[in-house]
Each structure stands twice: as C-alpha cells, then as structure tokens.
Design a protein around this ligand. Sequence first.
Ligand SMILES: Cc1cc2nc3c(=O)[nH]c(=O)nc-3n(C[C@H](O)[C@H](O)[C@H](O)COP(=O)(O)OP(=O)(O)OC[C@H]3O[C@@H](n4cnc5c(N)ncnc54)[C@H](O)[C@@H]3O)c2cc1C
Length: 408
Amino acid sequence: MTRIPVREAQENSQLHEFRNQVNDALAAFDEKDFERWEQERHTPREVPAALGRAGVFRRRWEHGAEQGLPQLVTMAQELYRSSSGAAVVAMGHSEIFIGALRWLGETPYQLSLLEEALDGKTIGCFGATEPHGGSNLRGLRTTATAVEGGWRLRGCKRYISNVGRADYILVLAKPENPAHVSDLSLFLLPLDHPGVSVDGFFDTVGLRGCDAGQVTFDATLQSDALLGKPSIGLLYATHLLQFERLAICAQLTAAADTALRLAVAYARRRTTGDARIMDKQAIRHRLATCRAELWNLESRLAELVGVAQRSGRMPAHEISALKLTAGDITGRIIDTALQIFGARGYSTNFPVERLWRDARLSRLGGGTDEVLADLVASGLDRRDPVSDELLSRLEALDVPAYPLGHHD
Ligand SMILES: Cc1cc2nc3c(=O)[nH]c(=O)nc-3n(C[C@H](O)[C@H](O)[C@H](O)COP(=O)(O)OP(=O)(O)OC[C@H]3O[C@@H](n4cnc5c(N)ncnc54)[C@H](O)[C@@H]3O)c2cc1C
C-alpha cells in the first residue's frame, strides 16, 4: 500500500528511535513485496524474523507488558501503514504468543521458546475459535486429556491468523469432563508435530496479506506443553486479548489517518464546475467531523496507554469500549474517504478500498462488537449509590407541577 508516514511531532526520543527500528527492519521489503503478500495470501516468516533480528520484540517487552504499550502502539501503526497482513502477524506473535510465554513460561522448554520468539526465530499464533463458534469461549470443544508423561490434545481451530507460516499455535482447550464451563487451559502446540494438520485457508474480504486457516489435531504432547496453571486458561486468554485489542485500535487509527489525509488531499485537488470539492460544505463538514472523531480516538488510545502504564494493569472495560467504538468510527471515516474519491475510491488503483476492506475485520476479530458491548454493559449493570439516591429523590418529587385551575 502507498505509505503515508506518521506525524511525529509529539513523540519522545525513545519512541522515535523505536519507530526507526521498526522501519529499519521493514526496509528490507518494498511495496512490490507488500503487494505480493496480498496476492499470495501470506506474510512470509522473514518479516517477523526481521523484526526479531532488529530487536523490535525485545524492545517492546523489555520494560514489561504495560510499560511497553507505547511500543505496541507504534509497532502496530507502523506495520499497518505498510502492510496490514504483517501488522496482524506481528500482533499475534508479540501480544499473544510472546505475551503468554513471558507471563506464564516457567520450564526450560518454555523459557527457551520465549527467547526464540523474542528473536523472531520461532513464530506463534493463537487458536481459540472453532468451527461451531468463537464468541462463546466457554463452549469450546477442543479437549486436553492428561496421559502418561503429558497431554493428548484433540480438536479443530478455525480462522487462525498466520497458521500457515507460524511454528506454534497457542491452543485453548478444556478437559474431557470439565468441573465447570470456564475450565479451560492454554497449550503450546508445535504445528509440525505428528498428528497436527493445517487443512487450508479461507478466502477473506480483506487482510489478505495474512492467512486465516484451519488446523486439526490429535497430538500427544510433553507435560510442559501446558502453559500456566490448568483450568484458568480463560482468564489468561481474556487478559492477553486486552493487548490484542489495543493493537487493533492502534492499527485502526493508522488506517483512518491514511484514508482521511488522502481524502483531504483529493478534495483539495478535485474540482467540480469551477470549485474544489473541498469548497463544498457537504464535503468539508464531513471531513471535519472525521478529523474530530479521529482526534478523539487517538486521544483516548493515548490516555488508556497512560492509565495502564501508571496503574500497571490493563483497564479491560475501557479497552473493550475503545475497540467497540474504534471499529465503528474508523469504518465510517474510511467509508467517507472512499465516497469522496468517487469511482477512484472503489478502484484498486487507490488504496482506500483496501483500507475499507481491511478495517472491517476489527468488528469481528479480537471480540465481536456484540461481545464487547456485552462486556461494557456488564460494567454498567451495577448499583450506583449516588445515582440511585438521586433517582429516588427525583421520583419522590415527580408529581403534577400545578394544581387544577392554577392558570384559570
Ligand atoms: C480474518 C480472520 C482472522 C481471525 N483470526 C483469528 C485468530 O487468529 N485466532 C482465533 O482464535 N480466531 C480468529 N478469528 C476468529 C474470530 O475471533 C471470530 O470470528 C469471532 O470471535 C466470532 O466468532 P464466530 O465467527 O464463530 O461467530 P459466532 O460466535 O458464531 O457469532 C456470530 C454472530 O453472533 C453474535 N453473537 C455471538 N454471541 C452473542 C451473544 N451472546 N450476544 C449477542 N450476539 C452474539 C456475534 O457477535 C456475531 O455477530 C479470525 C477471524 C477472521 C475472519
């Protein structure tokens, strides 16, 4: 995609250096490569490997999960501006696979995997979704059975990003006879292990630079394939998904910024009659509204990063709320850009149609709009003594204002 560089005015020198580090790693590839990955429907392993070699993943994680969020945002935005596929590959590898190993890894095998992942020598992806559904993780059917010396993992995961080029999939599975519906655990499954088969890939509307495939497995694994403690895998996955959601929000702001800036440039150049379309109020005001909405999103993203850094914990409800609105708002901004470009916006000669197709995934992946809205609503549906008390007083005073005949 034609790359519009980010505005760097308010960036501190550390982050500026990190941005350069990401771009230096990407310098080995050019626009023809980005285009070829879209045609081939895979981002080559060489991309996360180059990021690893350049120290990008180590730098993102060196000060901790929350302290490294500015680097997460920068990495997501920079990669997305070049290749949405590469951004998704790096997100799954860094925020879920490395994030899980760094948080939960204990055994020599797990710790050596972490080192390889940080260097980009081993690449990971994440498998929660199954053919019968992805929103309800409590309903997963993949099973993990304790056998002598390890585990037998049986199941099928579907729509898994980068399963075609990764080495490992982090699998969410339940026991054959779970004690309760949330009894899930996380497992490290090598994709070249006997009994594991990547069945193929789905053709998708957008994000074609990253494969989305299906993997089926009946595999016997060593005991330390289990990552973290058994039965609390859902809690682990829910926490890790907060990082993915923030990365998606960062990707979306990059996409919307590119689309909006292009649309403004076009509106200033394109004329209708003897006026620029930028001079038409219908266009001008739409662009202004888009700019205002994008500023709001960018500010909120920066604010949540700051909250997480200061408190050392991820504000889960706020992050879900941000992703819920970011998907909708950026979708509208990019749609407006496409509209302003007229037929050119719909043509593949201009990058707006691709941004438009790519952005749509955000309302499904990493938690659908409906699932996120439910999460936010669960935070709302609580007692609020101040408002409850005020409402009681208002209700007590809720009587007719004037007696009969007052104005007669
Ligand atoms: C390109 C692509 C890449 C992906 N990458 C990955 C990946 O790397 N790893 C992975 O695990 N998954 C991945 N997914 C899967 C994605 O996470 C799921 O599609 C998503 O979680 C929804 O699951 P589902 O498609 O099975 O829809 P379903 O769960 O069947 O839901 C269908 C619809 O019903 C709605 N719905 C479901 N439950 C409720 C409810 N309780 N209340 C109201 N509405 C509800 C949903 O919001 C949705 O609109 C990917 C998907 C795509 C398309």
